[in-house]
Write a protein that binds this ligand. Structure first.
Ligand code: GCU
Length: 827
């Protein structure tokens, strides 16, 4: 089998299996209605030629003249088709970027007619992706987008790093400048085009004004030129204080004429390089960024300054982010609530923005958590247009070292009915512009691909990029059929492949929610440091406002109007009433809206604390099954991608147990209410490292305490001599899985060997930082806690289990515990 490194994503165009040979078409030519090599129509022609060769093994010539041949594929714009004498009678009205796809089963005639050039290339990809799945069903359909804004955001820095990027360095920037080689940029544009994304904002929202240097402006030109043939436009993020810090002005006050003038001039320069710039993204007065409030002006004053600078140059928009909040909130004030910030800041400005300003709203009120209600701001703007912001990068959902397929989450948000004015107001219809009559609105998502050949850090997580594009085009896209299409295109048509990937994907979000944070308490990761592993204590006691208000008796944010922060009152009346009342608040958002005792009974009949315990056990158990499911694909897909995913799922299975135990220990310690099933704190198969016979090792306390079994771990006494931990096993002789929980952190690559008696049963290196892309920590904590398992080991009662740890640098071969697990036991 050919090695597949993932670079082509879902556009692999694998040869169709022989079973499809009877249905194969014979095309006489591809008629391309544009000869300009930089036009998306021309690119579409080339893509069709390449795709037919690879999928069907047919070489088809390209022609530029419409002949009326009954066996050709015609691709072009509606305008070009009709000027060339094509019959447009059957073609229904098409929206901007839309396309008409018609195939005639009898005579092998295919028409791919775009409303514009982008529409034509989208249609070409659609046709190829049908063929690649062996779908030869005749079709005659007009395909129109739900919204005109279908963007992605990259959080790339000029130095080549990517904020919250988990797949290697930037493909756009290196050492302060735009890269020279445009190959990956063009490949990226191809993927984006195939999922009908029409623009990418290429730099971090925490922006650097040096993007405006002459070299970088020229670089922007090169990027835009590389992406344009695929119908993808570029936009940039701006640093609000650029006039002061880059332009040498004394202020960046948005009402200062010199500042406005500066933005107009620099905008003109940008357009000299990128004549079709799609617009600006602005993060201002957020997380330490300067903004209009810094100069005592309104957010609208700031947004409008950019909007006016863009206007003379075309249709560019300002995507002004609603992610504005005070990150020094005082938790001791019961009414303080970060979730209120977006509405507090933006509601009264509704209607005060220029018509080319779009307010970009994160889907939830806080920050891409595993579960949130939709942002109330989505129901509070009437005249000012909005776009919803999703996050494909799984920042709070396991950073691609855990796999979470997010299409079901996005669908849940888009299907949500906000009941504005008591009428149907599904979020999909708000952001499409239909519900409130907006002319321009839509979607964006933080994507953060990097130069890794998997693009995103995990082959499975690419399904999120694919699904995002399809949902932004059609928010009614079904998560199951999207993952099935994606699996067929990415891995192959075999039913076992499609069913297995679908099963894992559809279970992935509930599984992750179960072992991370339940009942609307948010992802209980470390919010101060890496946003990755468990650290429930980090939510509270700081100004960031991702609070849980957990104490010894009760937990949750009181967001009611009656006794809490009033957040429920920011929603339209029917929704507000639902969340105000604890009886009508769904269990999965209970702790988002209410502060309750741990003994509060849910609608399920369980108490809150028992639900926490059970959900964590259920989630962590299910995470073990993904690996077993995936094993079915051995030999059905290439070994390279099989092994890559198997490695990630194995890691995830181990880390899910770390999550389970950390969160359960934390709340057990807090409230003292035992698990009804007596699992929490009881681990019959475990040998704690501190209970082993140690030489060269010493016992240390771990912080946070719940990140270690019984709060303790062992590390070597020095960093230049090995440590030995051993223990005589007392168990029935038989076959066991032996799992070792250790810590793999930055600072070194320790080496370990594990023996039973004199027999070496395994060896490994603490080098996950070279193999996994998530943010690593330097400490023994919930991020670095990890597990390795040796399966099917024959054990005799009385065998001596021995681990030798060789420290390296500041990583002192840390060990937490060993589990000797009989068949079927998970712990
Ligand atoms: C999150 C994320 C930051 C990012 C911010 C934003 O807080 O952790 O890295 O800058 O969102 O969306 O602006």
């Amino acid at each position: 089998m050919v090695i597949d490194n993932g670079l082509e994503g879902w556009l692999r165009y694998s040869a169709l299996p022989a079973v499809f040979s009877n249905t194969q078409r014979r095309y006489s030519s591809i008629i391309v209605l544009n000869k300009d090599e930089t036009s998306p129509v021309y690119t579409a022609g080339k893509e069709l030629q390449d795709g037919l060769k690879r999928i069907l093994g047919q070489h088809v010539d390209i022609d530029f003249v419409l002949t009326g041949s009954p066996t050709s594929i015609v691709v072009g714009t509606l305008g070009a088709f009709s000027s060339a004498g094509g019959d447009t009678q059957d073609i229904p009205a098409l929206k901007e970027d839309g396309f008409w796809l018609q195939t005639d089963a009898a005579n092998d005639c295919v028409h791919i007619i775009g409303q514009n050039e982008r529409g034509a290339i989208y249609g070409a990809f659609e046709y190829l992706m049908r063929l690649a799945q062996g779908n030869f069903t005749p079709v005659a359909s007009a395909n129109n987008p739900s919204a005109s804004i279908r963007w992605v955001n990259q959080w790339d820095n000029l130095d080549g790093s990517i904020e919250r990027g988990y797949a290697g360095p930037s493909i756009f920037f290196k050492d302060g400048e735009v890269v020279k080689d445009m190959t990956r940029i063009s490949q990226f544009a191809r993927l984006l085009s195939s999922i009908r994304i029409n623009a990418v904002v290429i730099n971090n929202v925490n922006a650097n004004p040096k993007l405006f240097s002459e070299t970088n402006l020229n670089g922007l030109r090169r990027i835009a030129d590389a992406m344009r043939p695929w119908g993808v436009r570029i936009g940039i993020s701006l640093y609000f204080d650029s006039p002061k810090e880059f332009g040498g002005l004394p202020t960046s006050d948005p009402l200062d004429p010199a500042v406005n003038d500066w933005w107009k001039k620099i905008t003109a320069k940008v357009y000299e390089n990128v004549h079709d710039l799609v617009g600006y993204t602005i993060k201002a007065n957020s997380e330490g960024q300067p903004g209009p409030l810094t100069y005592k002006r309104t957010l609208a004053d700031g947004a409008n300054m950019f909007a006016r600078a863009l206007k003379p140059h075309g249709d560019g928009v300002v995507m002004y982010r609603a992610f504005v909040y005070n990150h020094h909130l005082d938790e001791s004030v019961w009414k303080h609530d970060r979730a209120n910030a977006a509405v507090d800041f933006f509601k009264d400005l509704d209607g005060f923005f220029e018509d080319n300003v779009i307010v970009q709203i994160k889907w939830g009120p806080i920050d891409f958590q595993v579960r949130e209600p939709p942002s109330p701001l989505l129901a509070n703007l009437r005249k000012t247009k909005a776009a919803i912001e999703f996050q494909v990068a799984q920042e709070y959902l396991g950073q691609q070292s855990h796999f979470v397929y997010m299409a079901p989450l996005w669908r849940e948000i888009l299907d949500y009915d906000m009941r504005i004015d008591g009428k149907d107001s599904h979020i999909r219809d708000i952001v499409s512009g239909e519900r409130l009559g907006w002319s321009r609105s839509g979607y964006t998502a933080v994507l953060n691909i990097g130069s890794d050949t998997t693009w995103i850090g995990n082959h499975l997580s690419m399904s999120n990029m694919y699904a995002y594009g399809r949902i932004a085009w059609d928010p009614l896209s079904d998560p199951v059929s999207m993952i099935q299409d994606w699996a067929r295109l990415t891995f192959g048509l075999h039913k076992i492949i499609v069913d297995t990937i679908t099963k894992i994907s559809m279970e992935s979000w509930p599984t992750y929610e179960n072992y991370s944070g339940n009942l609307g308490i948010q992802t209980l990761c470390d919010i101060i440091y890496t946003h990755y592993g468990p650290s429930p204590g980090s939510q509270d006691g700081n100004g960031w406002g991702q609070w849980t208000r957990a104490n010894a008796h009760s937990i949750g944010m009181d967001r009611t109007v009656a006794t809490g922060s009033g957040n429920s009152g920011q929603y339209p009346p029917e929704i507000a009433a639902m969340y105000e009342n604890i009886e009508t608040t769904p269990d999965n958002l209970l702790l988002w809206f209410h502060h309750v005792p741990y003994t509060h009974r849910l609608k399920s009949g369980k108490t809150v604390i028992q639900h926490f315990y059970d959900a964590h056990y259920e989630g962590a158990t299910n995470a073990q099954s993904f690996l077993v499911e995936w094993a079915k694909l051995k030999g059905l897909i290439d070994d390279h991608r099989f092994d890559h995913v198997a490695f990630k799922l194995e890691y995830q299975a181990g880390h899910a147990l770390v999550w389970r135990d950390s969160v359960n220990y934390f709340y057990f310690a807090k409230c003292g209410i035992p698990d009804e099933k007596n699992r929490v704190g009881n681990h019959q198969w475990r040998i704690q490292a501190q209970d082993m016979q140690l030489s060269g090792y010493k016992v240390v306390s771990v912080t946070p305490v719940e990140a270690a079994s019984q709060g303790k771990a062992i590390i070597t006494k020095t960093n230049d001599a090995p440590g030995i931990a051993q223990k005589e096993l007392s168990c029935l002789s038989g076959t066991y899985d032996i799992a070792v929980n250790y810590y793999d952190h930055l600072g070194g690559r320790s080496k370990y060997e594990i023996f039973l008696g004199e027999k070496l049963i395994g060896a490994w290196t603490g080098d996950l930082e070279d193999k996994l892309g998530h943010d690593f920590s330097e400490f023994l904590d919930g991020h670095s806690a990890t597990r390795i398992t040796f399966r099917g080991i024959k054990v005799e009662n009385g065998d001596l289990l021995k681990i030798i740890g060789q420290p390296d640098g500041s990583e002192l071969a840390p060990l937490d515990y060993v589990s000797v697990l009989p068949k079927g036991a998970i712990d």
